[in-house]
Structure formats: structure tokens, C-alpha cells
Design a protein around this ligand. Structure first.
Ligand code: GLP
Length: 236
């Protein structure tokens, strides 16, 4: 049997540069077309496609073909910020402001923050991007008295958690997070560049410092591009 390793590697490299130039969802040549065009066996072509599929760069759909995909970004279940999460993956975070306002706690938020109805809160909605690609919509509610003046801070350029730590001495020491699947709201689908009806992951985080609930954020991530990872502890 001939050693097809160099051919295999050449094919993988060729596919990688092809994928880099194509948008997500674009079709790549079939196993047979690749084998014919590159002068490799069908088996080598299949192995190369499978390797790139394992890396999350391709997605195969039975009976339809093989399409360009993006590797899933793994989010840790920890009290880290979006900025930290993206930088840890070698991606450059940025934000776009979608809205900000002062509000008074309604019955639901009063329970979340453990305050009286009417307690002053602030709301900041941001589109979060990584390397210029929309990654999440974050709707953040903060306890106003813990973060005076936060509505005047430029949270497009800065990390919220950095600002809380630097300007308000807030370091979160506890939190709760729940995750649910949902269908993207039509306006969110547009903002996140998703198709109508696409799935999203909603992470709802409540962050606590010194026993006070300071932050409540609903983060909406495109479902197909993210997975959540966590260390799991043994039962004691
Ligand atoms: C994560 C959390 C949010 C938090 C945000 C702060 O995405 N899920 O609850 O508000 O990070 O991010 P940054 O400090 O980058 O503004």
C-alpha cells in the first residue's frame, strides 16, 4: 500500500485554506470530487474531511453534502467576564451599545436583587463581539446604589467587570447561573446574524459580592456556536 500521508496532509492544508476563504454554510467539494481533483483515494479524501469535521471546521449533513462551519466556542461555567472568556481563546472582544436606562425594580427584579419594589436599578444592553463577529447579546441589570454613575461609563470600550472592580471595589465572590435553550427573538436573530427560528442559549447570571446581589444578566448566545463546559465534582 502506498503511503498517502504527504498527500493527506496536502489535502488537509488545501481544505483549510479553502475553508478560511468561504463563509459559514458554504458547500465544500464532495469526497469523490476531492479525490478526483487531488489525485488521492476516496479513503484519504474521507479521512481529511472527517479530521476537519472533528475540529468543527466542517459539518456534514447526510444526503446534502459538507458545509463550512465554525468550531464551537467553549464557555466556562465560572464567574469570568466575556472579555476574559474571549481573550482566553485568542479572540479580541468588543461591544456595541444597544441601550441603557435607569429603572425601578418590579416585583420580579425585587426578588432577584432581594430589595423592595421600586429600588433604583440600571439596565445596560450590549452586543458583544469577538474578532468583529457578533457573539452574544447581554442584557445587564445592576443595583444602582452599588454602582453610582455607571450609566455614564463607556462600556463599549471597557469590560464591565473591570469597571466594577476598579471604580467600585466590587469583586464577585459568589453567583448563580442557569442555562436554557430558546428560539431567538426576531430582533435578536437579526442582531446576531442568525436565521429566523435559530436556537440560542440563554445564560442567566446573578452575581453577588459580600452577600449583595449586584448584577443580573441574561446573555443570549447563538446555539450552534457555543457549548458550556464545567468541572464536575465527585459526590461527597
Ligand atoms: C459574562 C457574564 C455576564 C457579565 C459579562 C461581563 O458574559 N455572563 O453576566 O455581565 O461577562 O463582561 P465584561 O466584563 O467583558 O463587560
Amino acid at each position: 500500500m502506498t503511503d498517502e500521508r504527504p498527500k493527506y496532509q496536502r489535502l488537509v492544508d488545501h481544505l483549510r485554506s479553502l475553508i478560511a476563504d468561504l463563509p459559514v454554510g458554504a458547500a465544500v467539494p464532495s469526497e469523490r470530487a476531492l479525490a478526483d481533483d487531488s489525485g488521492v483515494s476516496r479513503m484519504t479524501a474521507r479521512k481529511a474531511l472527517a479530521a476537519l469535521e472533528r475540529e468543527g471546521l466542517l459539518r456534514r449533513e447526510v444526503g446534502r453534502g459538507t458545509f463550512v462551519s465554525r468550531p464551537a466556542v467553549s464557555l466556562p461555567l465560572m464567574l469570568t467576564s466575556f472579555t476574559e472568556d474571549m481573550r482566553a481563546r485568542g479572540l479580541e472582544p468588543s461591544s456595541r451599545l444597544l441601550g441603557r436606562s435607569a429603572l425601578a425594580a418590579d416585583a420580579e427584579l425585587a426578588v432577584v436583587f432581594d430589595v423592595a419594589v421600586g429600588e433604583p436599578l440600571v439596565r445596560i444592553d450590549r452586543l458583544r463581539l469577538a474578532d468583529g463577529t457578533p457573539f452574544a447579546i447581554e442584557r445587564t441589570t445592576l443595583l444602582d446604589r452599588a454602582v453610582p454613575g455607571i450609566l455614564d461609563v463607556d462600556l463599549v470600550a471597557a469590560s464591565l467587570y473591570d469597571v466594577l472592580e476598579r471604580e467600585h471595589g466590587i469583586h464577585f465572590d459568589a453567583g448563580r447561573q442557569s442555562i436554557r435553550a430558546a428560539i431567538a427573538r426576531p430582533d435578536d436573530a437579526t442582531t446576531l446574524e442568525l436565521a429566523p427560528g435559530d436556537a440560542v442559549l440563554e445564560l442567566v447570571r446573578t452575581s453577588i459580592a459580600g452577600g449583595t446581589v449586584i448584577e443580573h444578566t441574561v446573555s443570549t448566545y447563538p446555539g450552534a456556536r457555543f457549548e458550556l463546559s464545567a468541572s464536575i465534582a465527585p459526590v461527597t
